[in-house]
Design a protein. Structure first.
Lengths: 547, 165
């Protein structure tokens, strides 16, 4: 594959698109698909055939605004149609060249679309994820070709370092530094692993990226392989994401067909291949050493670090592990330059971040904003705020390892440091909005139950500590707690976070600590007055009986 | 690469074992193919029983204890046959704060089983999941592999009753 050949494929793909003056793109990512968008797609295709309309009907990835699905966009004017039903197909096709009915039309002239900056999601909802040609037409695989023909591995690492990209899995370790470490280790066999074990409840960014633009992740991985000197990559993806697995399989097959994977990629000496490994539904496998154990076919239990996987990882070889979103940023960084990427975001957190915005918010869906965007803008402008009749209470980021951020910090810019300062973490990007119907003690108990059952059991602080904390929180919610239980809980938080083996245990107390910090009065109400102001917990019943 | 002569005998004449063997062959009968192979067994048989664990362990030359350890460690694997129908309640954060807990309680009451169990007549399995990633449609459930969003207790009860008739 040469630049000319790549350009030819892109030109052909664009020409094939342009033979149709109109196009209807139907979202076939998991959200809309579960609302039967595939049936809508076939209905539209049937209708186009019946009328002999000069229109292309295509399936594309996620369009972001999942709560208004199934979504359809009309090209070339980009009109977005919401809540489309199968029965709307005749009308949509009949009015291809005129205005769409009001009830379907959703204006793009809204903060939800205007306040976003798309890098990772730039192709999402615009291209057919199962057609490599469409990805190439959207400048896909140019970064790979550029990397292989114009750059040395060291230059690539330098470019990634310059971009300031930090690990999007949550911890925020500088990606360039990690690549540099693996590149420098001596050894002939190295591996690249893509962590797609998106276990945080309330997070669906990685799944959406894999379903909507899988080639972007593959391209990032191949570039990484070249930069660090690896010849084999693994994508570790959750078994719960069958559609993402299917699209990845198609993407890998197509990439092999065009010679982006395999031996002597693009007529260079570099060879690289990618295999998919399917997870088994264990949250702890998101931890890198546990994930490696799982790829090796064992129970997914973490081991102490160092040695870090960069020195000794898969089969004790130097291994580069990055998150899906980190890899998805790479093609754009190489195409547009590290400096350009670093111009987005804040001082210490560069670029953009994809968030899965959900919970009690009007516009539920997938968004991408520059780092440093205030929470208020994300929740109230892009998200449209809390639905009528309720008040915003807190926003939860970082899943079971994160915390709840109350109203007074809504003007906080979203970056790794600020979130940490207020007791939460960036995490992988789940952002769950809670209103006054949520009880913070109950939320803390929910996350503790999660950590307790997901603890792998290898180290005692996590195995026993989470169980004890869960027991204490349960007592608070059912009204049997005493005041000194609160001291005990805080003591346990400290013990578990400072002595656990891996990130799961170390961060398990975070939801408790952050709710204790900002909603301590709710804990006191539960313990002293046996009262839950949200009316969620059992202790209310107890208070009624005694009254 | 190991040849078939070192393979243990197939547990039965069921043709699905050939698919299982195919997965192992694709991975060169390497020990690290254990999880991949168990996925295949579960995909085609619905669950992992003792003969299948013995067969896979012997074929890949891993101790039976390791195969059992893996099978019980990962939530996705089940050692019990599933019911005719499966109702999966998502307990992800978005679903939880929109009332998935109440839905699960309603399903448990309606079926008279706990999450993770199957009704005594083998008709319905009730399962809970950590997060199915359909947070935009919270609370979400999966009825027999089909995701349903914004589910109310009434919809859930009707669906379960429909399966019982």
């Amino acid at each position: 594959m040469t630049f000319e050949e790549l350009e030819q494929i892109a030109t052909d793909a664009r020409a094939a698109k342009e033979t149709f003056p109109r196009a209807l793109n139907v979202c076939v990512a998991a959200g809309c698909l579960s609302l039967h968008s595939d049936a809508i797609k076939s209905a539209l295709e049937k209708e186009v055939r019946r009328r002999g309309a000069n229109c292309r009907v295509a399936g594309t990835g996620c369009m972001g605004l999942c709560s208004l699905g199934p979504l359809v966009t009309r090209e070339p004017d980009g009109h977005l149609l919401k809540n489309v039903a199968e029965s709307d197909a005749p009308e949509i096709v009949a009015k291809l060249n005129s205005a769409m009915p009001e009830r379907l039309l959703y204006s793009r002239d809204q903060p939800f679309f205007q306040r976003q900056t798309a890098i990772v999601l730039e192709n999402s909802g615009r291209i057919d994820p199962e057609k490599i040609e469409e990805y190439i037409a959207a400048y896909g695989y140019q970064a790979l070709l550029h990397a292989l023909t114009d750059l040395t591995p060291a230059q690539i690492v330098q470019e990634v370092s310059k971009s300031g990209l930090r690990g999007r899995g949550g911890a925020g370790y500088p990606t360039g530094l990690k690549w540099g470490t693996v590149a420098k280790t001596i050894g002939t066999t190295k591996y690249v692993i893509c962590n797609a074990d998106e276990g945080d409840p309330g997070a669906f960014m990685d799944r959406s990226v894999l379903e909507s633009d899988p080639h972007r992740v593959l391209e990032g991985m191949i570039v990484a392989g070249y930069a660090v000197g690896a010849n084999l990559g693994y994508i570790y993806v959750r078994a719960e994401y069958p559609l993402a697995i299917k699209r990845l399989q198609v993407a890998i097959r197509d990439a092999r067909r065009l010679g982006f994977l395999g031996s002597q990629i693009c007529n260079t000496k570099f060879s690289f291949d990618i295999e998919i490994r399917i997870g088994g539904g264990a949250f702890v496998c998101g931890e890198e050493t546990a994930l490696i154990a799982s790829i090796e076919g064992r129970r997914g239990t973490p081991r102490p670090r160092p040695p870090f996987p960069a020195q000794s990882g898969l089969w004790e070889m130097p291994t580069l592990i990055n998150n899906v979103e980190s890899f998805a940023n790479i093609p754009t960084i190489l195409r547009r330059g590290g400096e350009w990427y670093a111009s987005l975001g804040t001082n210490k957190s560069k670029g953009t971040k994809v968030f899965a915005l959900c919970g009690k918010v009007r516009n539920v869906g997938l968004i991408e904003v520059p780092m440093g965007t205030p929470l208020r803008q994300i929740i109230f402008d892009i998200g449209g705020g809390v639905p009528e009749g309720h008040r915003f209470k807190a926003v939860q980021t970082g899943g079971p390892s994160g915390g709840c951020i109350p109203e007074q910090f809504l003007d906080l810019p979203v970056d790794y440091e600020s979130l940490k300062e207020v007791g939460s973490i960036m995490g992988s990007g789940g952002m769950i909005v809670m209103d006054d119907s949520a009880c913070m003690v109950n939320v803390a108990r929910y996350f503790m139950e999660f950590c307790m059952s997901e603890s792998c059991g290898k180290c005692i602080p996590c195995r026993a500590g989470t169980a004890q904390m869960f027991e204490l929180l349960t007592r608070m919610t059912n009204g049997t707690a005493k005041l000194n239980d609160l001291d005990l809980l805080e003591e346990l938080c400290d013990m578990v976070s400072s002595t656990s083996l891996c990130g799961l245990g170390q961060s398990a107390p975070n939801p408790v600590l952050s709710t204790l910090r900002y909603f301590r009065e709710e804990y006191m109400e539960h313990i002293v007055r046996k009262h839950c102001r949200a009316g969620v917990c059992e202790c209310n019943k107890l208070a009624e009986v005694s009254a | 690469m190991l040849t078939n002569s070192k393979m243990p005998p197939l547990p039965s004449n069921d043709k699905r074992w050939r698919i299982v063997t195919g997965t192992m062959r694709r991975h060169g009968f390497a020990r690290d193919a254990l999880i991949e192979t168990l996925h295949t067994v579960q995909e085609y048989f619905g669950y992992l029983d003792k003969p299948s664990l013995r067969f896979v362990a012997a074929s890949l030359h891993v101790p039976l204890s390791q195969a059992y350890g893996v099978a019980t460690f990962y939530h996705y694997f089940t050692l019990k046959p599933p019911g005719k129908h499966t109702c999966l309640v998502c307990l992800g954060t978005a679903c939880y704060i929109t009332g998935a807990g109440q839905l699960l309680a309603a399903a448990e009451a309606s079926l008279n089983v706990k999450a993770g169990e199957t009704t005594p007549d083998g008709n319905v399995s009730l399962v809970s999941a950590r997060c199915i990633g359909s947070c935009s449609m919270a609370p979400a459930l999966i009825f027999d592999g089909e995701t349903a969003g914004n589910v109310s207790e009434t919809v859930l009860r009707n669906k379960l009753q429909g399966w019982n008739n």
